[in-house]
Design a protein around this ligand. Structure first.
Ligand SMILES: [Mg+2]
Length: 207
């Protein structure tokens, strides 16, 4: 598994605009079908899935407009059943918000209400870092991913999110050129040939 040729595929360029429409989630389903096949291949190739990790973003990924994302939830459950460790990395600030709400507790409660509180770890962005970076969470998300990888010794098997910074190592050099032309309303699959690494870049546009 030493190849590094980039694979990059656009699943769709015109997802449904209204959140909750079947067309929006259909495109997520298309991407998750590929991810499901990818995991089946990993297993067939002898990978011990219980030693590997999947990273999910929260906003506009597993939660869309206060609602859970139905196909993502099914995929979440499947990952758990396969024994994969499920991590959440979000740029939500870890602290008390201006309205007095503890963001971590609110986020945990929200995930609980979605039936998705059985994660292995959840990382919120330290509030001081959140203020300092002015919403650019890329460095933070990379640092957390490196921490997880250092702990397991394996690359992250799968990354799912609506931002390029959610793609981990796949958001780096191999895809920079193509990213210039990317459609923020599209769903993309990212991977490196001959590696067990897959990224699903979901649409950013929710208007
Ligand atoms: Mg997001």
């Amino acid at each position: 598994m030493g190849g590094t040729a980039a694979r990059f595929a656009c699943v769709t360029t015109s997802p449904g605009k209204a959140v909750g429409t079947s067309s929006r989630f259909d495109h997520v389903c298309d991407a998750l079908d590929v991810a499901t096949q990818f995991l089946a291949r990993c297993k067939a190739d002898g990978l011990d899935l219980t030693a590997h990790d999947v990273v999910f973003d929260i906003d506009d990924t597993i939660i869309c407009d206060e609602l859970h994302n139905p196909p993502l939830k099914l995929f979440w459950v499947m990952c758990g059943a396969l024994g994969l460790k499920r991590h959440i990395i979000t740029a939500r600030p870890d602290g008390v918000l201006d309205n007095g709400v503890c963001n971590r507790a609110a986020t945990m409660s929200h995930l609980q209400s979605c039936g998705m509180a059985d994660y292995d770890s959840m990382y919120l962005m330290p509030q001081c870092e959140y203020k300092a970076c002015r919403g650019n969470a890329s460095a933070y998300k990379h640092a957390v991913r490196r921490q997880i990888i250092k702990g397991t010794g394996f690359p992250l098997l799968l990354n799912i999110g609506d931002q390029w910074s959610d793609m981990g190592e796949l958001s780096d050099r191999q895809f920079m050129a193509r990213r210039r032309d990317h459609d923020p309303a599209a769903t993309y699959l990212c991977g490196l040939d001959d590696t067990y690494v897959l990224g699903i870049k979901l649409p950013e546009d929710r208007d």
